[in-house]
Design a protein around this ligand. Structure first.
Ligand code: MN
Length: 273
């Protein structure tokens, strides 16, 4: 099932997206967090509405806490970022503040005067469905509600200058998320393709089979000492092909459009201003 957060007639709620993604079926009075926490998806109310007639928000428009992110989690990306043959031995974890989240179609804004080195990162995002601490790898998927697409937008100069990655990863609007969540029963996340285009140019093209640390390992690592809650989001890392990997670097500029496609989920596309 595809689940979105929509705004229609001034009301915001979760909605079921038809399999062909042409219409939505609102769940009035229910937020996405309500739906994630419920035993089953509440019954829809009223008629299906053409998708084009509603505003699509990010599926979780304002996460309750920071988005967990894994750095350098694909071999070829670790190499292009200068790691050489030294792959991480344990997952590199950082976070993005909740206010970074924007929807499909919202603009990524270049913060002129602060950074011009704005980069993109196509990532599969995991949405947690069941609370847990000390989750074993074998049980990890029992805690997953579903999957969505995340663009881990990054100011490379700020990321490097401040040692910790928080500032470079958390500028306003630096987390396009969506367009919807695909529930875990519909997707095997272990071997799915993800691609990213800047305008018409394919920049990233990989499979989650190439992850250094797979989803169960990531969930086990985070939850060892940090309780995971329904609605938490984990970005699993990006493959090779980011702008910083080119010589010279090819960062985003106003007028560009960044589009990410993940098999079984859909497309997340954002203009750059
Ligand atoms: Mn990333």
């Amino acid at each position: 099932m595809k689940l979105a957060t929509i705004r229609h007639d001034g009301l915001q709620c979760a909605a079921i997206v038809d399999p062909d993604a042409k219409r939505v079926w609102p769940l009035p009075g229910h937020s996405m967090i309500d739906v994630i926490g419920a035993e089953r998806v509440p019954p829809p109310d009223g008629a299906r509405i053409p998708l084009a007639e509603v505003s699509l928000l990010a599926p979780i428009p304002r996460p309750a806490r920071n988005i967990f992110c894994v750095g350098k989690n694909y071999r070829d990306h670790a190499a292009e970022m200068g790691a050489g043959d030294a792959l991480p031995e344990v997952p590199i974890l950082f976070s993005k503040v909740p206010q970074t989240v924007i929807a499909d179609g919202d603009p990524i804004c270049i913060p002129h005067g602060l950074s011009e080195a704005i980069d993109y990162e196509a990532e599969l995002a995991v949405v947690i469905g069941r609370e847990g601490r000390g989750i074993a790898k074998a049980d990890a998927y029992d805690h997953v509600f579903g999957y969505t697409i995340l663009n881990d937008v990054t100011a490379r100069d700020l990321q490097r200058r401040h040692s910790q990655w928080l500032i470079g990863k958390s500028l306003d609007g630096f987390c396009p998320l969506g367009p919807w969540i695909v529930t875990a029963d519909e997707l095997d996340p272990a071997t799915i393709g993800l691609r990213l285009w800047v305008n018409d140019e394919l920049r990233q093209d990989a499979s989650t089979a190439d992850l250094i640390f797979d989803i169960p390992t990531i969930i086990a690592t985070i939850s060892a000492g940090i309780t995971l809650y329904p609605g938490d989001i984990i970005a699993t890392g990006t493959p090779a092909g980011v702008g910083a990997g080119f010589k010279p670097p090819r960062f985003l500029k106003a007028g560009d459009r960044v589009t990410i496609e993940i098999d079984g989920i859909g497309r997340l596309s954002n203009p750059v201003r």
